[in-house]
Design a protein around this ligand. Sequence first.
Ligand code: HEM
Length: 428
Amino acid sequence: MIVSGLSLKTFAIIVGSAAALRAVQFCLDLRRLLRSIDYLPGYRTVFSSTTVFGNLLPRIPLLALGRAHSWRLKHAPFAERGLDIISAVSFWPKPVGNIYIADVQAIKDIIWSRGLFPKPLSQYAVLKVFGSNIVASEGDEWKRHHKVVARAFSERNNRLVWDATTQIMLELFDTVWIGKDEVVVDHAVDLTLQIGLFVIGAAGFGRHISWKDDAVIPPGHQLTFKDALLTTSHDLFIKLLVPRWAMGFTKRFRRARLESDELQRYLTEMIQERKGFQLKEDDEDLLSSLLAANNDENLWKDEVKLNDSELIGNIFILIIDETVSHSLAFALALLALYPDKQEELYQQIKRVLPDGRIPTYDDIPSLSYSSAVFNEALRMFPPVTNVPKSSAENTTFTITDVNGTQRTLRFTTTVRYSSTQSRSAIAA
Ligand code: HEM
């Protein structure tokens, strides 16, 4: 009994000492972290919102910030603290610090200094499921992707997007909505997502997609291109969250696998069809531009061109991008909520196009109210609220606080920054 009593005591001492050491270590780490972020005020929670687990939790004070907290809270956490830069310190499993920035100049400095503030690639890894691409890469790899992708963003391509959009909208009015005095759309994204994907089908691949379900499934496929495009986008979260080996487990997962495999098959076919492609003046869709840039020997010299998997990775990133569809949906919702603004928009369109003609790309500067509506929707409901960046070097930011006083903050550690520009101006 005495022996077991002693060992119990020894055991308790060992456990107690280990816990005490752990607690001391934790306090030292925390103090070092707080000092390294200049004791910047902000959120303090147990779990970090940059981990998958922390992101899955709802908002629980002191425990987790909750999903999409930047989107929901907008500028309020900055306004509360009177400064457009705040910290987020989490404690489990060890103290970790993030800096959230809403100061426009500081955001510009971070975005433009790619070398000083690289992306924390682990947070982007999930976007590589379709292949390496410009968004999920940094450094020399990013430069290779950028060479090719940048070609697709030309004035000529912008015109192509405009023309494709007008054609798709006219077809919607002349087919699906023809003869209807009123159209009820339950969920605006159901409509805007289709618009976005049809535009990318036309401007991205030179493939016209009809609003009507009249397409025939081509031999060797199980879905039409339109269905593969629409459903892959819809079920993207499954593809991103479920590992490949588990994709056969449920009917839903198997369906999602079929959809993305089908889209991948279509894209591979399109790339094969256009191999050795010479760019023609009147034929510059996004895929043609990417392939032409990749085939341009002058561009590469000693570097390795993109392979098919990397080309597909970039195309996926460009087409499965729902930013525009969601922004458009919010713009429509805001116009419905503010009929007076809707009327002002309508009156400007009527002034610019008095004869009811179809607007052209050159009309854009005159349609300033349309741009303003879209910008305001983006400001109020941004589809991207955080752009994660990191820095491995000491950094100094000079920020003006709410009282107009300049404050210089020195961060002396590897810090992760999340820039968010959304400032709330919602009318109550
Ligand atoms: C409302 C619409 C959009 C918003 C709010 C938006 C927002 C963003 C943001 C915040 C970034 C990250 C910038 C950075 O890391 O420095 C980004 C990157 C990018 N976006 Fe968009 N985007 C939109 C539409 C589009 C569209 C329609 C395309 C093309 C079809 C596109 C293509 C890209 C590409 C290629 C990059 C990567 C740039 C790079 O790393 O060099 N975006 N976008």
